[in-house]
Design a protein around this ligand. Structure first.
Ligand code: ZN
Length: 91
C-alpha cells in the first residue's frame, strides 16, 4: 500500500516535471519567435546606391540614405512620423 502510494507520487512528480519542461520549452520558443532577429539584409550587390536626404518635420533632424534595397524606399520614421525627402541627389 505504501509502496503503491509512493510509486504513484513518483509518477505524478515525473508527469509534473515533464509538463514543466514542455511549458518551459514552449515559452522559450515563443520568446525566441517574438525576439527573432529581422530577416538578414540583402547581399550588397542587391542594394542600390542612393543619396537621399530626409528631414524629420517634428524635431528637424536630417539624415542621409546611401543604400536601399529598391529604387523608391519608404521614408524612414522619426518621432513616430514619416520623414520628408529634402533633396534626392543622384550623383
Ligand atoms: Zn524627429
Amino acid at each position: 500500500m505504501i509502496v503503491a502510494l509512493s510509486v504513484g507520487s513518483v509518477v505524478w512528480f515525473l508527469m509534473g516535471l515533464v509538463l514543466m519542461v514542455v511549458l518551459w520549452r514552449t515559452g522559450m520558443a515563443m520568446l525566441q519567435a517574438l525576439s527573432a532577429p529581422p530577416a538578414p539584409p540583402p547581399e550588397p550587390g542587391e542594394l542600390r546606391k542612393m543619396n537621399m536626404r530626409y528631414r524629420c518635420e517634428v524635431c528637424g533632424v536630417e539624415l542621409k540614405l546611401t543604400l536601399a534595397p529598391d529604387e523608391d524606399p519608404p521614408p524612414p520614421k522619426h518621432c513616430l512620423e514619416d520623414m520628408t525627402v529634402v533633396a534626392p541627389l543622384y550623383d
